[in-house]
Design a protein around this ligand. Sequence first.
Ligand SMILES: [Zn+2]
Length: 353
Amino acid sequence: MFKGCLSALLFTLLLVGMDAASASLDTLRVQNREYARLWDWARLRGFKAVRNPSSREVLLTNDSTRINLRIDGSRVEFNDVGLWFSYPVLIADGQVVVSIQDLRGVLDALVVPRRLPKGKTVRTICLDPGHGGKEPGQKAGSRLEKTYTLSLALEVRSRLVQLGYNVILTRRSDAYVDHPDRTALAKRANADLFVSLHYNAAAESGSEANGIEVYAMTPEGARSTNVSADVGSLRAWAGNEADSQNVLLAYHIQRALLKRLPGSEDRGVRRARFLVLRLAEMPAVLIEGGFMSNPSDARWIYSTTGRKKMANAIVEGITAYKRQIEALATPPPQRSSSSKSSNSTARPDSDKN
Ligand SMILES: [Zn+2]
C-alpha cells in the first residue's frame, strides 16, 4: 500500500539522523514556539507513555529508561537524574506537548545520541580548575573557591592518568588564566573534552542552598536555566557544535556524582552560556560540585576523602560517557527499514558499571 511504503520510507529516514527524526514530528505552535505531542515522540522512540489522571505527572518507560515529566514543569527526571528543559511541558488541545527545542536538545541527545566525528575518541581530557590568582571565585568564611577547584582538579587528574587518559590542566597553581586562554589551551592540546570545575556558595548568610549541578552550553535560540549567563543574543557559539554530546556528558557526570555522594541534593543538569562553554571547541561541561556555604556539601569539598570520592565520580561519569559515545563511533552497517530502531544501540544505560 502507498501508505505503508510512505511509513517505511519515513522510518528509514528516521534511522538516518536525529534532525530528520525530530523534523518528522508534527509540530504545533504554542506560546509562539514550536511544540510536538509527547505521545508522538514516545511512539517514535519506543517508549510507553502514561499520564496519571489524578496528578500532573507523566511517565515514559522503555526497557532501560524511565523519564518522569510534570505538566507545567520544566524539570524532568531521566533515570532519576534531574534535567532542566528550556520551556515547560504544556497541555495543548488536550494533549501533553513538549517544545521541539527540548525534545531535540535534551531527550534526543540522551536517547539517540549523536556519534562523534569520524576518527574521534575520548582520550585527552582538559581539566579547568575554576578561577585562580586575582580571581578567588566564591568565598565561604576564609575559604576560597579557587583553592578547592585546584585540589579537586589534581585528584581528578591523578585518577584519569591511572586509567590511561591524557590530561591537561588550564592551571597548575594559584594563577590567573583568562577564560579564552583556557579553551584555547584545550584546543591546542587537541583535547577531546573540556571539564570546568567550580563550587557554589550562597550569597546570603543563613541560606540553606545546597547540592550539585552540571551545566552544558545552552542550545542556539533556547533559554538558559541560568538566565543571568544569557549574555547578548541567543545565537550559536563554538560550544554549540557539540550540543548533543555536551548534555550527554553532563548527564553521566551528574548521575555519577549523585550515586557516589549519597545524600547530595540533585540540582540537575542545567544550561548556561558561561564563557568557557561558549568558547570550547569540543564537548564541554561545567560542574558546580556543591555549596561551600553548606555544611553537608562541605564534607565533599574540604576533606581529602570527600574530594577523592568526588573526583572518582567525575571520572566515572567521563568513562560512562566515553563508553557510550565510542560504542556509537563506528557507523553501523546499512540497515533496512525492517531492522530494529536505532534506540537499541543508543540506550543511555548501555554503559552500566
Ligand atoms: Zn566558580
